[in-house]
Design a binder for this molecule. Structure first.
Ligand code: C2E
Ligand code: MG
Ligand code: MG
Ligand code: MG
Length: 277
């Protein structure tokens, strides 16, 4: 490679690599500090029925307010938190914050529906995962039936290992949603073997609706499958009225997306809920 590209380019590449590594090391150090300094905060995106437009719940989505770089999106720092194991304490903090906010809304007389929280693979595989969930629920007035844990297919990939934990969640009454369904190497095996409650169809499918019959055939097949397996179905990434118009054909469907609302700072949430009783 070095010969083919010439020395100059190779040196340039190494410099880039060094810079990337320094950048990562810096983010890792900053992320540790972020936890101590409470720099993480949550936005909440409403989940809405396709028919009435009634809000059924909210998904908590983490953000990091970095003192120098401003707000950093989760896709930038969650992978680093996973690699370093920081995700364990971070995930616990996220669940705690989400439950606290949810309890506050209920105390103010609002009915926010269900609370969805994303769980990463590293968290799910941690031996104390179930204890952490139970403890956090117990210290807040959130019922297990109000909590939904969202996991991608990578989380439940190891079906044999995932099964007992999912079974315990099921017994506790906490629901599990399979996030980004169809995005990765989807396997029907997960759906067949695991106690999963909700299927979230990945936004790439929703955003391909206008393309034509093949894309629609895939969405419809996924929806049929989910329905037959008695799973609730959520469409992710609904941005345009045509997409919603198409989805309304399945009246039991729920959706999330910029068309109804982007993820909101918590203080904005009461403005879209009906008045406290
Ligand atoms: P996700 O769980 O699939 O969350 C949905 C993402 O789609 C969010 O991005 C949301 O802002 C975005 N979104 C919502 N509506 C639309 C739309 O209409 N169009 C488009 N293009 N995007 C839309 P966000 O907040 O940047 O989060 C990205 C991912 O980061 C999440 O994907 C999730 O995998 C992960 N994540 C977020 N918060 C957490 C967390 O607290 N813990 C863990 N472990 N992961 C998290
Ligand atoms: Mg999610
Ligand atoms: Mg998703
Ligand atoms: Mg995702």
């Amino acid at each position: 490679e070095a010969k083919k590209n010439g020395g100059g380019q190779t040196v340039f590449f190494i410099e880039d690599l060094k810079e990337a590594l320094t950048e990562k090391a810096r983010l890792e150090r900053d992320l540790r500090r972020a936890l101590e300094n409470d720099e993480l905060f949550l936005h909440f995106q409403p989940q809405v029925s396709v028919t009435g437009g009634g809000i059924t719940g909210f998904e908590a989505l983490v953000r990091w307010k970095h003192p120098d770089y401003g707000v950093i999106p989760p896709n930038t720092f969650i992978p680093i938190a996973e690699e370093t194991g920081l995700i364990i304490s971070m995930g616990e903090e996220i669940l705690r914050k989400a439950c606290q906010q949810f309890t506050d809304w209920k105390d103010e007389g609002y009915r926010p529906g269900c609370l969805s929280v994303n769980i990463s693979t590293v968290q799910f595989r941690h031996p104390q995962f179930m204890d952490m969930i139970k403890q956090t629920l117990a210290t807040h007035s959130v019922a297990p039936s109000e909590l939904i844990l969202e996991m991608t297919e990578s989380v439940v990939q190891e079906v044999e290992e995932a099964f007992p934990v999912l079974q315990q969640l099921h017994q506790l009454g906490v629901r599990v949603a399979l996030d980004d369904f169809g995005k990765g190497y989807s396997s029907l095996n997960y759906l067949k073997s695991l106690p999963l409650d909700i299927l979230k169809i990945d936004k790439s499918f929703i955003q391909a609706i206008h393309l034509g019959t093949r894309e629609k055939a895939i969405i419809e097949t996924v929806m049929n499958l989910g329905t037959k397996l008695e799973m609730q179905i959520i469409a992710e990434g609904v941005e345009r009225p045509e997409q919603l118009e198409y989805l309304i054909q399945s009246p039991s469907l729920t959706y999330q997306g910029f068309y109804f609302s982007a993820p909101l700072p918590p203080e904005k949430v009461p403005t879209i809920l009906t008045d406290p009783i």
